[in-house]
Write a protein that binds this ligand. Structure first.
Ligand code: MG
Ligand code: ZN
Length: 226
């Protein structure tokens, strides 16, 4: 007995410390003029694939870099580095989410002033990433058509912590009989008014609109009247 309240206390302190670190990061990012976008989803939704295309395409007009979190492997960083953008892996070991301190520690050696966009791919997990602010400007939550329509109902907290929902692998929607009205209805039920983008990183469907969305937010963050 007595162990439970202590655990709650420890957890509260961890989150409080994380919020402070995230706040410092956000100020640092703002001062450097870098726009920071994080991606969260279940494993297998296609975060890395979307990020690979994002770095290649956006990298033609903007200075882009990425941090990629994973439990054990460096495979995603190796894959993303093919885009030519600076990429660092954050290996979390047994930890199933990224924390602001990990982001801060990974920035060593990078000059943020030389970046326009920094992307952060979280560990594949729709639960605890919701609780950890990483200092990002924009949080994207991804669901793929192959996962079905009920993810928003099962994981409402992550949808409430994110700014935009991205439906991925839309080229497969017909094959898996993805139910668009139900999926979009579920998102709106959990988070009324949430913006939803639909993409296939593989075929390029929706990529133009998605990139325009990112650059519009980036320009907005740079504008003195925004
Ligand atoms: Mg990945
Ligand atoms: Zn976790």
């Amino acid at each position: 007995m007595g162990a439970q309240p202590r655990l709650v206390e420890v957890r509260k302190n961890v989150l409080k410390q994380n919020d402070l670190t995230a706040r410092n990061l956000r100020e640092q990012f703002k001062a450097a003029g870098v726009f920071v976008v994080s991606l969260v989803s279940s494993p297998g939704t296609g975060k890395t694939m979307l990020l690979e295309k994002t770095l290649s395409l956006l990298g033609q007009t903007h200075r882009v870099a990425a941090l990629v979190g994973d439990l054990a492997t460096e495979n995603d960083a190796i894959r993303l580095a093919r885009s030519g953008a600076p990429v660092k892996q954050i290996t979390t070991g047994t930890l199933c989410h990224l924390e602001a301190a990990m982001v801060r520690n990974s920035l060593d050696g990078w000059n943020l002033n030389e970046l326009d966009f920094l992307f952060i791919e979280n560990v594949g997990n729709l639960v605890c990433p919701a609780s950890y602010d990483l200092g990002e400007d924009l949080r994207l939550v991804l669901i793929s058509v192959t996962e079905g329509e009920d993810k928003p109902l099962k994981y409402p907290t992550i949808f409430n912590s994110a700014d935009v929902a991205i439906i991925t692998k839309v080229d497969l929607a017909e094959a898996v009989e993805f139910d668009w009205p139900t999926a979009c209805g579920n998102i709106q039920a959990v988070r009324p008014g949430m913006e939803v983008l639909k993409v296939s990183a593989k075929t390029g469907i929706g990529m133009e609109k998605y990139l325009e969305f990112l650059t519009a937010h980036f320009e907005g963050c740079r504008s003195p009247i925004a």
